[in-house]
Design a protein around this ligand. Structure first.
Ligand SMILES: O=C(O)CCC(=O)C(=O)O
Ligand SMILES: [Fe+2]
Length: 286
């Protein structure tokens, strides 16, 4: 596996963004996309606790992808304030709050950020937030709706690893899902030799920075410190919109349905198929 650093840049205009990043599908970190957002100063741990700590939040743990009745479901509910206390500590905590639409519960928060003008097609009904404790990890995946993702980090640091869509054949993708269970930090090249050929990107995103994850890019995320981000999503192409709809349908009906019926056997079949496909891709490349 080989990584190159993602460029961090200030002053990216709409023209520069479209020409140098959006159309060529190239990731970048904006240093100042959100410089006029009230949220960057306002949304501290203490402020969130004081104003929204009473909300109940559905948390997920490391067993999120385990086959069986709890496959991709949240099993723990806590008060948001108690959860923030946990992840604020300088100690490991693998509980995450994933794809949370805090704005459905606290609509006034939408005034604290602005939809960027660097592209069109924003999914304005779905500004999601993500929270995690120190050392929490987000499984390698690409976003099921195939949108471009703009991930803005607050307060603390997050490490992100990206792989372009052309690396997919080497990633042991589970069929009928947008997931790969490849361990990016400790790849087992003996078991999964295709991983050795991977070429990706890596960056640590800091407070007030925004990572552009182009449509269909794979991402693995590690919470260097406990913290949180907002992700704004945009899709301005019909082809990726259609692919997104197909992904969601096959996951909801096929993957979840077969998980219910077959459990562990379905997961094993997905893993075996992933291995076979990566072997075929390697044979083709040689
Ligand atoms: O930051 C996270 O916890 C996950 C972010 C993510 O996967 C996304 O925005 O698509
Ligand atoms: Fe994602």
């Amino acid at each position: 596996m080989e990584f190159q650093k993602i460029e961090k840049r200030a002053g990216i205009t709409r023209e520069i963004f479209q020409k140098e990043y959006l159309r060529p599908n190239k990731p970048v970190v904006f240093k100042d996309l959100v410089k006029d957002w009230p949220a960057t100063e306002k949304w501290t741990f203490e402020w969130l606790k004081k104003n929204h700590g009473h909300l109940d939040v559905p948390l997920i743990g490391p067993d999120y992808h385990k086959p069986g009745p709890n496959y991709m479901k949240s099993q723990i509910t806590k008060k948001f304030g108690d959860y923030l206390d946990m992840i604020q500590k300088d100690e490991p905590c693998d509980l995450r709050l994933f794809l949370w639409n805090i704005f459905a519960h606290a609509p006034e928060l939408v005034d604290d950020f602005k939809w960027p003008t660097i592209m069109d097609g924003w999914a304005k009904r779905y500004p999601f937030m993500f929270f995690g404790g120190q050392g929490a990890e987000v499984n390698l995946h690409y976003d099921i709706d195939c949108s471009n993702v703009f991930l803005t980090q607050f307060q603390t640091r997050k490490r992100v690893v990206l792989f372009a869509p052309d690396q997919s054949p080497l990633l042991y993708q589970h069929p009928f899902t947008v997931q790969s269970h490849a361990d990016v930090n400790n790849p087992d090249y003996e078991k999964w030799p295709a991983l050795e050929k991977l070429k990706g990107y890596e960056v640590i995103v800091e407070h007030g920075e925004t990572l552009f994850i182009p449509s269909l890019y794979w991402h693995y995320i590690e919470y260097v410190d406990g913290g949180y981000s907002i992700s704004l999503r945009a899709n301005d192409r019909l082809s990726t919109k259609a692919r997104g709809l197909w992904n969601i349908t096959r996951h909801q009906f096929l993957d979840k349905g077969l998980n219910t019926v077959l459990g562990e056997r379905w997961k094993n079949w997905k893993e075996e198929t992933a291995v076979r496909k990566a072997e075929e891709a390697m044979a083709e490349a040689d």
